[in-house]
Design a protein around this ligand. Structure first.
Ligand SMILES: [Zn+2]
Length: 336
């Protein structure tokens, strides 16, 4: 069983070997990695067996503190957790990244980012970073959608016109998620703050013909399984990637901001629609990732959104992976 000392530098070789990675990752002190200013290079490649993964940075929301943010924690508790992770305490750092998977001829994206500032004005860099990484948006064959929150789906729709940004891509989503948001009367039942989102979903998605609804856990592409991870939303999904003996859990929002929910998996945030179910799902998923010695990535993990968990008392210690330099491939790094 692996154990990772908290807030200590890990041996990249040991870590990579333990996780069965086929190339070494560098790890650094979380205090350094957790601070997520705009990275000088907004994309990062790594491999899971023969599958190439490209993490793309969309931006960061420096969320003002709000006593309603976490139901069972105070602003002071939140600030303590941020301080322990080496993050600024004046606000909650919520970075956003998207992953693209290349397998065979397929280019698969997980979620679509926040749509050029449609979620927060400070998160709109996905398209530029996609270009910088040499990914042609027109070549994306499918998009696996974790859930229907703005930071994950607004990147599917043009601002204003709602025109599809990826009209040729197959949009794969849990049937539970799709049906919950689009069932008759849903918009009226949503809390005030979610009504505009519900309205937009109901105006746009039923007119699109490229959705594939997935009824249960199972393979959605070769080596990629949809894993139901409900609580954050009713049909929130993780995606499990395996190639040979190598595995990656794309956890999306299950662990949200690991600086908070690693040490406090029991915290129920305003972001989780069903708090107790989200806590149960979070523990199950992280326990599985630890037991199977998997890498894990998450939409709101410090860029490049990748790391590892270890058990730590009643919670978990999260160790982020360092963004290593992009090998020289004649690609222009994102600058700006
Ligand atoms: Zn999110």
């Amino acid at each position: 069983m692996l154990t990772f000392p908290r807030r200590q530098m890990l041996s990249a070789g040991v870590f990579a070997a333990a996780l069965g990675l086929n190339r070494p990752l560098s790890f650094i002190d979380p205090a350094w990695a957790q601070v997520t200013p705009d990275p000088p290079i907004g994309f990062h490649r790594y491999k899971v067996g023969s599958i190439e993964v490209i993490a793309l940075y969309d931006g960061i929301w420096e969320k003002p503190h709000d006593p309603g943010f976490i139901k069972n924690a105070s602003v002071e508790d939140t600030q303590t957790a941020l301080r322990n992770a080496g993050l600024p305490t004046e606000f909650v750092s919520i970075p956003l990244s998207v992953v693209v998977l290349k397998l065979g001829k397929q280019t698969i994206m997980v979620d679509a980012g926040s749509g050029g500032g449609q979620w927060q004005p400070t998160a709109g860099k996905l398209a530029a970073n996609m270009r910088a990484a040499g990914i042609d948006p027109g070549k994306i064959s499918s998009i696996l959608i974790s859930h229907f929150h703005p930071d994950h789906i607004f990147g599917l729709m043009e601002k204003g016109s709602n025109a599809p940004i990826f009209p040729k891509a197959e949009l794969v989503v849990s049937a539970t998620e799709y049906r919950w948001w689009t069932e008759p009367g849903r918009v009226e039942k949503l809390p005030e703050a979610r009504k505009a989102l519900g309205q937009r979903i109901n105006t746009v998605f039923p007119t699109w013909k490229n959705f594939t609804l997935v009824e249960r856990e199972g393979e959605v592409a070769p080596g990629i399984r949809l894993v139901p991870a409900p609580g954050h939303t009713p049909g929130h999904s993780a995606f499990h990637v395996s190639s040979g003996t190598h595995q990656l859990m794309i956890s999306n929002d299950t662990a949200y901001v690991p600086a908070l929910l690693g040490p406090h998996p029991e915290w129920q945030g305003a972001y989780d629609q069903d708090g107790p179910l989200a806590v149960e799902t979070r523990r199950q998923l992280i326990d599985r990732v630890i037991a199977e010695k998997m890498m894990i990535c998450g939409a709101h993990f410090p860029f490049p959104g990748l790391g590892a968990f270890a058990k730590d008392g009643g919670g978990y210690a999260f160790t982020p992976a360092k963004r290593v330099s992009e090998p020289k491939r004649g690609l222009r790094p994102y600058a700006g």
